[in-house]
Ligand binder design. Sequence first.
Ligand code: MN3
Length: 294
Amino acid sequence: MILRMDRLQTELPKPKNPSANDAAAIQELLGGKFGEMSTLMNYTFQSFNFRGRSQLRPFYDLIANIATEEYGHIELVSYCINMLLTGVTKRDPNPVSGPLADAANFRNSYHTLASGQQALPTDSMGNYWNGSFVYSSGNLKADLLHNFFLECGARANKIRAYEMVTDPCARAMVGYLLVRGGVHIVAYAKALEKLTGVDVGKLLPIPDISNKKFPEAKAHEDAGLHLKLYQFSTEDYGTAGKIWNGPHPEDGQECKFEPLPEGYGAPVPDLEPEPQLNSPLDPAMIADILKKMQ
Ligand code: MN3
């Protein structure tokens, strides 16, 4: 079971320039083939389906902890999209003034026509995420190899999204996820090495650019965030440290498996209603409901 906290894994600054087209580009990191929905669902199914876990417990615990962290990643990318979309149309309950006129030029019209200016389970082209992106073969070596490749593909998309979108909200999100995704790449490399003896870490980084080139990622790595794999449970999934240990392949520092730190994460942004979309409701209706519930 998953226990939920009303926190974001890292703080997202308010966007300097809200932009529907930036939000559309960032959708790739949520519902694209290599997006966070894919990492979440791949590791979730692989952990549910893991056979022989009493013999291979550290591998099961590793995949299960990473799956849980990915839930927080889909949350983080979704909030970034929601924040980039806050302010892209006029906040006006009067339809006659055409408060959504600018939306006709947005490259993803679902952000207004099909939602209240919010994240959707789609890629950057508006294609819906689908379950065929999930690989859960039942063979541990094949699954780990797939996960390693999936994280490298995800990293390539993050780097390109960083290069496309310069807003500090998006860059804070991408910088953080480059570091955490980097942990997951190394974790799967270490798992493959434990399983086969092959030093997969020698392939890194893929693509061939260090996280330290991205100032928002470098700040987290300077604080040692790339060395920590977290136990997303107070009691369970505690043997992943049998895999997540030893030197980090890029800088040689010691990798540590740790419980979630005190005060983990940051407050969740509380976004204002968008009356031009009746999101969440007509303003007069909201006032009436609040009056009745008092
Ligand atoms: Mn992730």
